[in-house]
Unconditional design. Structure first.
Length: 415
């Protein structure tokens, strides 16, 4: 089955970026490789089941407690994908010369499994995560796959481990899911990996959010860059995150929650930490707008939460029927100069960051060039629009609203 061509505007189809496709272009033909096939999944139940931690267990804060099982699948450039395996959670074995350890051939996704208030398990738009992982994988010469097959594998894992690790007695809680792929073959040399390992794990993660006073952001300096024009910012790869940790640590040591990443001499606003960033302001003509950075220059991540906020806001906030003033949703570049002017002129309404981990977090302050810029929060602990958008998403994720974004997973009592 051929992988779907799901790429942002201007990006070559993902399947065209794989090592096999390159070989075919050069040689005119290439041997057929086995596709990723979820129907070939094998099952191996753990013989040492672990104990589910209580919600106040300190281990949850470490984000290291996995569930009983994981999914693994190996790919080679000679045969393609092997049969995937659902097996006991445990360590991976890697040679010291594995590509991922030297050349950062690694990509991943972040998503959650939710226990609804109606007792059902749900995923939130898993198809979008799986399609984005295909884009990320092929960007760094890892193998292509059919995103629908990855989605099936994720559902198999959570269907089996969900009942125990996210019991019906814990409605309104979640498990964090991490599908990932690494270049796992042995052998140094700068080139496309000849072997890769796909794996999916489910772990406990603490609820991450801002304080009741709102998130405080420290704007990055001119010599600090998270991503660049036509680079890899649009792909969810490990190489985008490690280099940001020093700046984030500095921000936190100064009392800020995250870095607000700026780009270029004009201080273009991109992302807040590892989250997408939104502002709501009035134009000088009085029009109320929600603004977020665009995808076309490949600097920011096509966040699933971002995409959902944009769609829901266009559907529900355009006509004023929400109870709040109608708003125009705009994806375009804007700068810190624009933000500072809107604040000084009293046109800033609110701002928030959004992503899988931080969810929807109101922003109360941005420090730009050692000047603290205050952002209004009309609702006290949040702006009114951020609070409404967050509630929409919560309702879908936890089953209070029946919506196509919320995908119910049927649970299995045994393998």
């Amino acid at each position: 089955m051929a992988p779907s061509a799901v790429t942002p505007t201007g990006i070559e189809p993902a399947s065209a970026l794989t090592a096999a496709a390159v070989s075919q272009k050069l040689n005119g033909s290439a041997p057929a490789l086995r596709p990723l096939d979820a129907s070939k999944l094998t099952f191996s139940r753990t013989t040492a089941p672990m104990t589910v931690p209580e919600l106040d267990d300190p281990i949850i804060k470490t984000s290291s407690q996995g569930t009983d099982h994981m999914i693994t699948c190996k790919w080679t450039d000679t045969s393609g994908w092997e049969a995937p395996e659902l097996r006991p959670y445990g360590n991976l074995s890697l040679a010291p010369t594995a590509s991922v350890l030297h050349y950062s051939t690694e990509c991943f996704e972040g998503m959650k499994l939710y226990r609804g208030y109606d007792g059902k398990l749900r995923l939130f738009r898993p198809d979008a995560n799986c399609k984005r992982m295909l884009i990320s994988a092929t960007r760094i010469s890892l193998p292509a796959f059919d995103p629908e097959q990855l989605e099936i594998l994720i559902k198999q894992l959570v269907a089996i481990d969900g009942e125990k690790w996210l019991p019906k007695s814990r409605p309104g809680h979640f498990l964090y899911l991490r599908p990932a792929m690494i270049g796992s073959g042995a052998g140094l040399g700068v080139g496309a990996p000849k072997e890769a390992t796909l794996f999916v794990i489910a772990i406990f993660m603490p609820v991450i959010g801002s304080s009741p006073q709102g998130m405080k952001l420290l704007a990055s300096r001119e010599n600090e860059v998270r991503a660049w024009l036509n680079g890899t910012g649009y792909a969810k790869i490990g190489g985008n995150y490690g280099p940001t940790l020093m700046a984030n640590s500095e921000a936190q040591s100064r009392g800020y929650d995250q870095i607000l990443w700026l780009y270029g001499e004009d201080a273009r606003v991109t992302e807040a930490g590892a989250s997408n960033f939104f502002v709501i302001w009035r134009t000088r003509e009085g029009k109320l707008q929600m603004i977020t950075a665009p995808l076309g220059d490949k600097i920011i991540l096509d966040g699933v939460t971002r995409r959902s906020i944009l769609q829901l806001s266009r559907e529900r906030l355009a006509d004023g029927k929400s109870g709040l003033e109608a708003i125009e949703v705009v994806e375009r570049n804007f700068t810190m100069g624009d933000v500072a002017e809107a604040i000084s002129e009293g046109r800033m309404v609110e701002a928030f960051a959004a992503g899988t981990a931080y969810f929807v977090c109101p922003v109360s302050e941005i420090n730009f060039k050692n000047q603290a810029l205050s952002i209004p929060m009309a609702g006290g602990e949040s702006g009114e629009y951020a609070a409404m958008i967050k509630q929409w998403l919560v309702n879908i994720m936890y089953g209070k609203e029946d919506h196509g974004f919320g995908i119910v997973v049927e649970e299995k009592n045994e393998l």
